[in-house]
Design a protein around this ligand. Structure first.
Ligand SMILES: Cc1ncc(COP(=O)(O)O)c(C=O)c1O
Length: 419
């Protein structure tokens, strides 16, 4: 055991005890693959604004926001109040609520390609719904997506992240429109939908090269496949999502994370004539049920979360992210460790190689990344084990300075370890 792990274990004795208890009742003590890391993940006691507190009383500056979903930090008072009100009045009922309609209206108002919405409970479900409606409308079987793209843990859409195609899944290369054009040219009559994240999230915050998204959109349209833009992460990038930044007109949009204000959520939106496939007044409509679809708690919290994510706040987060990216590079140079970072809006991914790798899940720097992740925790900084960072609106400029000091100390620990 090295000094970084030793310190981690020393600081997190109660988390270790809870890890043992969790391992007795959950495989690996966990219930979410991405959040697991060695030697054991922390047990969190509470969150408040930009901070997380673990069961040992350590404070962390949260730079992940539950994987980009808590865009206003933890226990954001206006969301807390909306939730408390909803909880007092009943949390879910098998009929529509005002909150549900208001959230749908807000999404239609803000996001250019959303004319009609259907709620579900996760981004994964939004992807499943999108695949179903595309197959239903086109009578085709395949989905086409980017290698190392991620659209949730549904078999047909998970293959991309694993890096290989399957019985109903074809893969193009993110950033290379020709690979999508070729597949759509050759097998277009079998492809129901093209799924695309406008900026790749899980495989390292990869921005699309100029013209890539539009070329894929055009090729999809030529072959009669629907374009499903996965905005589960990227809705935070502008008031109208990434589609507004890249001037795209997708047929369907997967939504999630920030539209639930911290509660479980997913939604499919898009052109009204396509979404009409779900219209229960039609005899042959698609069956889409879910006990908690559009529940009052989620919609009440989501309404506040989306409404309060103004362009001004989005711009502030972006400025802070740019500053952090530059500072991190400078600190790494100071510590003489290989380092690179990709940043887009309030999203960043850090790497411990001199050049950021292309979109991939297979990284050369996994060992150093794991060491830095633990060292960062030791110094009170919470990021994803794979280096994903997502800022929130409650991070002050003063806190940005504190983040830099803490990251500097973590980098120094890693440099000592590498020496
Ligand atoms: C781009 C993207 N799509 C879909 C999903 C799946 O969403 P959920 O975790 O809510 O099922 C995620 C989750 O991280 C995501 O990043």
């Amino acid at each position: 055991m090295n000094a970084i792990e030793e310190r981690f274990r020393k600081q997190t004795v109660k988390s270790a005890q809870l890890a043992e208890r969790a391992e007795r009742v959950m495989p690996g003590g966990d219930t979410r693959t991405t959040t697991y890391h060695r030697p054991y993940p922390l047990a969190i006691d509470r969150g408040e604004g930009p901070f997380l507190f673990d069961v040992d009383g350590n404070r962390y500056i949260d730079l992940l926001g539950n994987y980009t979903s808590l865009v206003h930090g933890h226990a954001y008072p206006p969301i807390g109040e909306a939730l408390a009100r909803a909880a007092r009045e009943g949390t879910a009922w098998p009929a529509r609520s005002r909150a549900q309609i208001e959230l749908a209206e807000l999404l239609c108002e803000r996001i250019p390609a959303v004319e009609s919405v259907r709620f579900c409970n996760s981004g994964t479900e939004a992807g499943m719904l999108a695949a179903r409606v595309a197959r239903h409308l086109t009578g085709r079987k395949f989905v086409l997506m980017a290698r190392y793209g991620y659209h949730g843990s549904y078999d047909d859409l998970e293959l991309g992240l694993l890096g290989h195609d399957g019985e109903r899944t074809l893969l193009g290369e993110f950033g290379r429109a020709d690979t999508f054009e070729q597949l759509l040219g050759q097998r277009g009559s079998e492809i129901a939908a093209v799924f695309l994240e406008p900026v790749l999230g899980s495989s390292g915050v990869v921005a699309p090269p100029d013209g890539f998204l539009q070329r894929v959109a055009d090729a999809a349209q030529r072959s009669g496949a629907l374009l499903v833009l996965d905005e589960v992460i990227t809705l935070r990038l502008s008031e109208g999502g990434a589609q507004k930044i890249f001037k795209l007109k997708p047929d369907l949009i997967m939504m999630g994370k920030i539209i639930g204000g911290g509660m479980p959520v997913g939604a499919l939106g898009g052109r009204a004539e396509l979404m009409a496939a779900f219209d229960p007044r039609e005899r042959h409509s698609l069956l889409h049920s879910g006990t908690f679809n559009g529940n009052v708690l989620t919609c009440s919290a989501g309404l506040v979360s989306v409404r309060e994510l103004t362009q001004q706040r989005i711009d502030k987060m972006e400025a802070q992210a740019r500053r952090l990216a530059e500072e991190f590079k400078r600190l790494a140079r100071q510590s003489e460790i290989p380092f690179s970072v990709r940043q887009f809006g309030s999203l960043m991914n850090i790497f411990f190689t001199n050049v950021a790798p292309p979109a991939t899940m297979v990284r050369e720097d996994l060992r150093t990344m794991a060491q830095f992740h633990l060292a960062a925790l030791n110094h009170g900084i919470f990021i994803a084990p794979r280096g994903l960072i997502a800022l929130s609106t409650v991070i002050s400029d003063k806190l940005v300075e504190e983040i830099c000091e803490r990251v500097s100390a973590a980098m120094a620990d890693v440099a000592r370890q590498m020496a």
